[in-house]
Design a protein around this ligand. Structure first.
Ligand code: ZN
Length: 459
């Protein structure tokens, strides 16, 4: 009888529910009941009809319900640089290192409204391809990233880039050490009570930070219970820099000054010695594997990290270098990359399956984000960050096994509906939370100015 039904805010029914929990639960023709921001029940669609009276019901036959992706390393502010670097490469004029020659100069030319628009565009692209949470690497005008994330409804950790050395930096990007610390602390405090969008600390990279800033950030991470997002063991330039400065490698140096611990999130983490891998495990450092970029930098030890239980997620590294924020593609890249470096050389096929890598992206990503209690799997009590993926395209039909379909055939463009924190933010491909028109208009007006400014900056 209807009066016995439990009132819930949202019921998703008829989908194959792939939970990615510890027992790898799969409920065919299943349902998920959501109340407020949390999942309250998962079971058979036939039971749900009798149990729940929902304010909103989404019927999803033929769809797969999965947890949302966590992009563990993204540069929000570099969104509109996509397409530009390949065009410079085409002319044979691309120079290294990219971060110094192009990425920092681009960020230095941005105004607050540009970063807001980058956020709107980037987070819309993430949601559209099934990402429900992001970890920002650290960029300019982080409050504008937060404003975009707040309005569009995504979960995220914004961060402010800090660079306090004097050499080779555009003046707009350079900060005084004490100023960098003060502004970082204020940023963390300003966003600490937001239900979805909070702040992490950020150290850009060893070459552009002073030891005083590293020590200050380390102290602050403990005082504010807030992780530090940094690029670590990323490229040969960084390792060479560390060896020249301190006669040791990047992670070994951070260990020596007492800054390597469970608050550190090391993006890329490609060029790690075995000793550094030990340090990651001992100090519970988390890492992000950016599969579309990492294989140009070295031979990433992703599978070793996974086997050792290191908290490692996957990330896009933003749109500037590979122009995609689709985590399905990153996951495929990670499988192929690890096949090439950790499988084929040893006559192992496959060293990791797509299914295992997808689970790593979700569960490992949640651990790297310090959110394993809240996201990364569909389970009662966790936050309702749910993605509905269509399986009606020619390459997926018929859907023999939903987990394999997700892991091997699905891409971001198959995502139809996305729920974040219990709120439907994308329905049948349409973003419900924000009108993207004003952003497109502003970018349309501003794009040429941005690009001319960038061309001048890079000479
Ligand atoms: Zn990066």
């Amino acid at each position: 009888m209807s009066e016995e039904k439990q009132a819930v805010s949202l019921l998703i029914t008829g989908a194959d529910v792939v939970c990615f929990d510890d027992r790898d639960t799969l409920v065919r023709d299943g349902a998920i009941a959501v109340d407020g921001d949390s999942i309250v029940w998962i079971g058979a669609a036939s039971d749900a009809a009798e149990k729940f009276a929902a304010t909103e019901t989404i019927r999803a036959p033929g769809m797969i319900a999965m947890p949302g992706f966590i992009d563990c390393h993204v540069h929000t502010a570099q969104q509109f640089l996509h397409g530009k670097l390949p065009s410079i490469r085409r002319k044979g004029e691309l120079r290294s290192p990219m971060w110094q020659r192009y990425l920092i100069p681009f960020e230095s030319g941005l105004e607050p409204e540009d970063v807001y628009c980058s956020g709107v565009a980037a987070y819309a692209a993430m949601i559209r391809s099934g990402t429900t949470c992001f970890l920002e690497a650290g960029g300019p005008f982080p409050d504008e990233m937060g404003r975009a994330a707040d309005e569009i409804g995504i979960r995220g950790r914004i961060a402010m880039s800090t660079m306090d050395t004097v050499d080779d930096l555009p003046p707009q990007s350079r900060m005084d050490t004490q100023d960098a610390l003060r502004r970082s602390e204020e940023l963390v405090l300003r966003w600490k009570d937001h239900p979805r969008v909070n702040t992490w600390l950020s150290l850009r990279q060893l070459m552009v930070n002073t030891e005083a800033l590293r020590l200050g950030m380390h102290e602050m991470s403990h005082a504010l219970d807030t992780p530090i997002h940094t690029h670590l063991a990323e490229g040969t330039y960084e390792v060479d820099f560390a060896i020249k400065q301190w006669s040791m490698r990047s992670a070994e140096y951070l260990e020596r000054i007492g800054c390597l611990d469970h608050y550190v999130h090391g993006a890329h983490s490609v060029l790690l010695s075995l000793n550094e891998l030990d340090l990651y495990a001992e100090r519970d450092v988390s890492a992000c594997h950016c599969a579309l970029n990492n294989y140009t930098m070295g031979t990433p030890r992703l599978l070793e990290m996974m086997r050792r239980g290191i908290r490692v997620g996957l990330g896009t590294d933003g749109a500037a270098t590979r122009a995609s924020l689709d985590m399905f593609q990153v996951m495929h890249g990670a499988v192929l990359g690890q096949q090439a470096v950790a499988g084929t050389p040893y006559h192992v096929d496959p060293p990791v399956t797509h299914e295992q890598m997808l689970k790593q992206a979700l569960r490992g990503g949640a651990r790297a984000a310090r959110l394993e209690h809240a996201v990364g799997s569909l389970e009662v009590g966790k936050k309702a960050d749910i993605v509905l993926v269509a399986t009606d395209d020619y390459d997926q039909f018929p859907n023999y096994d939903p987990v394999i379909t997700l892991a091997e055939s699905a891409v971001g463009r198959d995502v139809r509906t996305v729920v974040i924190d219990g709120r439907v933010v994308l329905k049948d491909g349409e973003l419900l939370t924000l009108d993207l028109g004003p952003m497109r208009e502003r970018v349309g007006r501003q794009y040429q100015t941005l690009m001319s400014r960038f061309d001048r900056a890079i000479g």
